[in-house]
Design a protein around this ligand. Structure first.
Ligand SMILES: C[S@@+](CC[C@H](N)C(=O)[O-])C[C@H]1O[C@@H](n2cnc3c(N)ncnc32)[C@H](O)[C@@H]1O
Length: 311
């Protein structure tokens, strides 16, 4: 059985390599603008191998400017974004086990601080929330007293489809279409009990990741939760770009320390059938003054949420 799996995996990687190489070869003669239009047009049909096709066609962009590549793909719901559909993402059984581990770590930590997750958590903000399925899970299963569950994402299609689904369920989750670079502005000036960012910072370079981590820590009243890529080959000196897809592997503990936060826990999770790439599941506490700051769920802060709603 193991042998069959390994042959199948090898065969799949040969096919993927062939699609990527053919797309790269075809793309040689075309200017970048034409190749982007082609990737968008092919991507809309959601063919198998769409990710490899995009990576081959935009190979030069991946090498030269991976941040632009990721922005283009996510903002247009292409390549890796294509599997983000309501039917495939909502519901506990569809949630990646690393996210469930993060939520377990959060509730355990809150209890250790004398807080009851089901009663004492009133507001959550998620950066890179896609369709809002994690926020919905938190609303239903983990923090039923939360009245504010907001998130932002660059994928306008995901935000729109997720918002429509959430409002059909009568959910309190609210999603905004925005780049994480503007996280601070979208979050407003108040603090949220928890600020989360799972599987997202890999799409921006070190300086933007640092900016986002600062924004998260400055707006978190209790905790920040991050899931980020981990280096398969041990610790890093600084952020690195993964060759296969131009994703960034950050030295997250350093970004957190630099922003004045304290790492509470960090679990390394190796790649497996259910976890595509090795990652870190990290909990961090904000600097003390922020922890004492007013939460966005306090009545005095509510009017500002209306402003956020207009973004
Ligand atoms: C791998 S998905 C993770 C989604 C969700 N957080 C989860 O854990 O399942 C990455 C998400 O980050 C979003 N994203 C990528 N670049 C972004 C950016 N520059 N600003 C905001 N969101 C971004 C994508 O649109 C996508 O929804």
């Amino acid at each position: 059985m193991k042998k069959v799996h390994s042959v199948r995996r090898r065969w799949k990687s040969v096919v993927c390599g062939m699609i990527r190489w053919s797309a790269w070869f075809l793309g040689q003669a075309l200017p970048l603008s034409t190749r982007r239009a082609l990737v968008a047009s092919v991507g809309r049909r959601k063919p198998r191998g769409g990710f490899e096709f995009a990576m081959g066609m935009l190979n030069d962009l991946r090498r030269r400017d991976p941040v632009s590549l990721h922005r283009f793909l996510w903002a247009n719901h292409l390549a890796y974004a294509e599997s983000y559909e309501v039917s495939k993402r909502f519901g506990t059984r569809n949630i990646n086990p690393t996210r469930l581990l993060l939520f377990d770590n959060i509730t355990t930590h809150l209890r250790s601080r004398g807080l009851d997750p089901r009663k004492d958590i009133h507001s959550v903000f998620e950066i890179g929330c896609s369709m809002g399925y994690l926020l919905r899970h938190l609303e239903e299963e983990v923090f039923p007293s939360a009245s504010i569950l907001n998130g932002l994402d660059i994928d306008a299609y995901a935000v729109q489809a997720g918002s429509a689904h959430l409002s059909s369920l009568g959910s309190r989750v609210k999603l905004f279409s925005a780049d994480m670079e503007s996280a601070e502005r979208i979050m407003g000036r108040q603090s949220y009990d928890l600020v989360l960012c799972c599987g997202v910072l890999m799409y921006v370079n070190e300086s933007t990741a640092q900016k986002v981590v600062r924004a998260m820590l400055s707006r978190a009243a209790h905790l920040v939760g991050v899931i980020c890529l981990a280096s398969p080959g041990g610790d890093l000196e600084r952020s690195q770009v993964r060759r296969s897809d131009g994703a960034f592997i950050h030295k997250m503990d350093r970004l957190i320390h630099r922003a004045g936060g304290r790492v509470v826990s960090s679990n390394w999770i190796g790649a497996s059938a259910s976890v595509r790439s090795s990652c870190h599941v990290i909990l961090a506490e904000p600097p003390l003054p922020a922890r004492r700051g007013p939460s966005v769920s306090s009545p005095a802060c509510r009017p500002h949420i209306k402003t956020i709603g207009g973004v």
